[in-house]
Each structure stands twice: as structure tokens, then as C-alpha cells.
Write a protein that binds this ligand. Structure first.
Ligand SMILES: *Cc1c(COP(=O)(O)O)cnc(C)c1O
Length: 428
């Protein structure tokens, strides 16, 4: 594979052209820390739900920057917002008021159960803020000396030290000890285990301050939350004064066909976090909370870049476009179409596929544990057929296309997947 490409200058620039400086995969791997196992293609351009590599090959993008590019690539609303903000004001810090931050906070509050927002730059940072807010609430309001936050096994909450500790998957924690104290894991969708854990931890003195969960576990295998489970948790939290925190980083902003994942469960969290889809691919995160638990005071928490007018202006354009283009309805309809197609493929390959599951436009094709096929192998075969997919764990292939995806594009992706399945099942 060659990653050679000529560096093109923008049509708008008045600067002299940047000299071509071809790079290679070998050089890239020498200079960039090897934290990722990358697929061997180099992408250089995108439009709508499609991207092109440096050799001109076209792909349908059902990864969307890992569920971030809500409006796909090069959407006119985002181009306008980016251009507008970069040519007026992009960053001044939180020492001052900026209209875009206020307008984004207003939109999020008018469209959710929250009363206040704090802005940051990523999902992990939003969850760090939620953990700090819950701990301050525990110390100052609940008067808990040694607070514990319950999180789920197979969850994913980010890669900072506190968020890998919150993440209930040992593989993300290995070799990074000492971890952050104050977390305890429970099996997901298991109400008896949750009740037993609270009883055990609170035996001598009250310790459980908050429960942090995903409405649907994304990285952990596209596992939807159970309605009865979450409704019972809400009752327990209300009865005991425990905070319910939902990590909406992957499923929020319309991904499930509802604006927030919790709407699928018929409950409201006290605190929730958003990031991935919020900026349509521009980095931004948000911590949102109901009034009663907004205990931060000046100096308690901060972020230099958080809530800058650039990111907030772009996120606002994403919010407005979700409404104007009726993208929640599209996510529901295209999601149903995709699940129907995946189910047909599953029925054709019962030895390989165990299950199809998901909500709206976050869906997983779950491979049989016994099958001699991994998610990564199927993803590689799909790339060959011109569609980008991403594993969610070793045995689940995840489908998270932009929310603007069309019926024809879903059909095309399903056909490519059929081809990929045919290839991986060919006798060696
Ligand atoms: C991706 C993800 C995170 C981490 O977000 P980053 O922006 O990578 O820090 C946290 N929680 C969930 C549910 C996620 O899917």
C-alpha cells in the first residue's frame, strides 16, 4: 500500500502552495505512538456518507468517525458554521461570556431533562466532570465520607485514569495501577445483583453515592439497556437519594432515533454526559445535570478549551440540522431497515451470527462465540467490499452510520456485507 499523496491547498487560501511532502505508512508508524491497530488505508476526503482513500477508492462510511459525524462529511451547515466561527471568534477562554456557549446550553436544556451544562472537549472529560460533581454532591449534600460510584461490567467510560477505573473491563486497566478508588462494578441489566451490592456496601455506613451506566452499552458490545431494569434503578435512586448518572457519550444526540438514549428507557437521569455526536465530528463534550445536584462553585472545575465559540457554534449547527432535516425520524426508519437486512443475513448464516441488536442507528451484528470468525476479520472483509465498519469487542460488528444516511446507502452497505460474509465463509 502507498500512502503517497500530493498536498492540495484550499481553493480559498491566498498563501503560496505547501510543497508536496509524501509520507509512508512506515514513517507514520515510526513517528506516531502505536496505541491503535489501524486498518491499512489512508483516508483523505469525505462527502455525505462516503469517504475516499489516497488511492481514490470509495467507501460507504458506516463508522462515521466512531459515531461522531452525525451529519456525515462536508455537510453545508457545518461548513457554514465552521467558516462563520473561524472568521469571527474561535476561542477566548471561560474568563468571558460568549453567545455560542449560552445558546448551545439553552438548546441542550430545552431539549433534555437537564437544567445546567458544563462544556469540555471529549467524552472522558465529560465523565470526569460527572464523577467530580457526584463526589462533591456526596460529600457536601449526602454527607458520605467514603463515597462509591457503581458502574457496570462491560461498560466503557473513557481512557483517563478515573474513567478507565469506571470502565468495567479489566483489559483497559491492565498495567495502569494504581487505579482511582471509589468504584464498584455490577453486572449490567441485573437488578438483583444491584440491590445486593448496595445492601452490602451500605451495611455499616452509607457509601453508595451514584450509579453510572450507559443506556445502551456501546463499546462493550452494542447491548441495549433493559427498560424494567432502568425503571427499578430510578425507583431505588429516588428512594435512597442516590444519583443516577447516564453516560450518553455514544448514544446521545439522536443516535438511537431519540435525542437521548434515556428516552428509550422511560426514565430521566439526574446527570448525563454527551460528546461523540454533539459536535458532528468537531471535539466537544458536555456535562448536564438537574438543578438540585449542580453543586459546583467558581473554581471547582474548569477546562481551557471547553465551550469555546468554535466548538459550540458548530455543535449548534448540528443541533439545528437534526431538527430541520428531521434526522431522529430518519435514524428510526433507516435503523429498522438496517436491522431487517442484518437479520436476513443472520438467518442465512446461523452458524456464524448469533443475534442482531440495537436502537436507531447504533446496531450490532453479534457473531457466535463458537464461530471461527472475529469481528475484526469481518470488518477487514467489509473494507475490501467498500464499506467501513467497526468492531465493538471481539465478537460484535458495530454499524453507526451518519444520521443522514439514505435508504439506498443502507441497501448498498447490506449488499457489501453480504459479499464480505460470502468471502469469509469461502473454504480456505
Ligand atoms: C467514546 C466513549 C467515551 C469516551 O469518549 P472520548 O471522547 O474518547 O473521551 C465515553 N463513554 C462512552 C459511552 C463512549 O462511547
Amino acid at each position: 500500500m502507498s500512502l503517497e499523496t500530493t498536498v492540495q491547498t484550499s481553493a480559498f487560501t491566498t498563501l503560496s502552495p505547501v510543497p508536496a511532502n509524501p509520507f509512508s505508512q512506515e514513517e507514520f508508524d515510526r513517528h506516531v505512538m502505536t496505541t491503535y491497530g489501524r486498518f491499512p488505508i489512508a483516508l483523505e476526503r469525505g462527502a455525505g456518507c462516503r469517504v475516499w482513500d489516497t488511492e481514490g477508492k470509495e467507501y460507504l462510511d458506516f463508522v462515521a468517525g466512531i459515531a461522531t459525524c452525525t451529519l456525515g462529511h462536508a455537510h453545508p451547515a457545518m461548513i457554514d458554521a465552521v467558516t462563520q466561527q473561524i472568521s469571527t471568534l474561535h476561542h477566548v477562554s471561560n474568563l468571558y461570556y460568549t453567545p455560542q456557549q449560552g445558546e448551545l446550553a439553552r438548546w441542550l436544556i430545552e431539549h433534555s431533562c437537564a437544567d445546567q451544562a458544563f462544556f469540555c472537549n471529549s467524552g472522558a472529560e465529560a465523565n470526569e466532570g460527572a464523577i467530580k460533581l457526584a463526589r462533591k454532591y456526596a460529600h457536601t449534600v449526602l454527607k458520605i465520607a467514603d463515597p462509591v460510584i457503581l458502574t457496570a461490567q462491560a461498560s466503557f467510560h473513557g481512557r483517563t485514569l478515573a474513567t478507565i477505573t469506571a470502565t468495567g473491563q479489566p483489559k483497559y486497566q491492565q498495567n495502569f495501577s494504581p487505579l482511582v478508588p471509589g468504584f464498584h462494578y455490577i453486572p449490567y441489566n441485573d437488578i438483583a445483583a444491584l440491590e445486593a451490592t448496595i445492601a452490602e456496601l451500605d451495611k455499616d455506613e452509607r457509601r453508595v453515592a451514584a450509579i453510572l451506566l450507559e443506556a445502551l452499552q456501546g463499546e462493550g458490545g452494542v447491548r441495549p439497556g433493559d427498560r424494567a431494569y432502568f425503571q427499578r434503578i430510578r425507583e431505588i435512586c429516588d428512594a435512597k437519594g442516590i444519583l443516577l448518572i447516564l453516560d450518553e457519550v455514544q448514544v446521545g444526540m439522536g443516535r438511537t432515533g431519540k435525542l437521548w438514549g434515556y428516552e428509550n428507557l422511560g426514565i430521566e437521569p439526574d446527570i448525563f454526559t454527551s460528546a461523540k455526536g454533539l459536535g458532528g465530528g468537531i471535539p466537544i463534550g458536555a456535562l448536564l445535570a438537574k438543578q438540585f445536584c449542580c453543586v459546583f462553585q467558581p473554581g471547582d472545575h474548569a477546562s481551557t478549551f471547553g465551550g469555546n465559540p468554535f466548538a459550540c457554534g458548530v455543535a449548534l449547527s448540528v443541533c439545528h440540522t437534526l431538527e430541520q432535516e428531521n434526522l431522529l425520524a430518519n435514524a428510526q426508519e433507516r435503523g429498522e431497515q438496517l436491522r431487517a437486512g442484518l437479520t436476513a443475513i443472520a438467518q442465512k448464516y446461523p452458524d456464524l451470527v448469533a443475534e442482531v441488536r440495537g436502537w436507531g442507528l447504533i446496531n450490532g451484528l453479534v457473531l457466535q462465540e463458537s464461530a471461527n470468525l472475529t469481528a475484526a476479520e469481518l470488518v477487514k472483509a467489509a473494507i475490501q467490499e467498500g464499506v467501513l465498519l467497526v468492531p465493538a469487542g471481539p465478537k460484535v460488528v458495530r454499524f453507526v452510520p451518519p444520521l443522514i444516511v439514505t435508504a439506498d446507502e443502507v441497501t448498498e452497505a447490506l449488499q457489501a456485507l453480504e459479499q464480505a460474509m460470502a468471502t469469509v465463509t469461502l473454504p480456505a
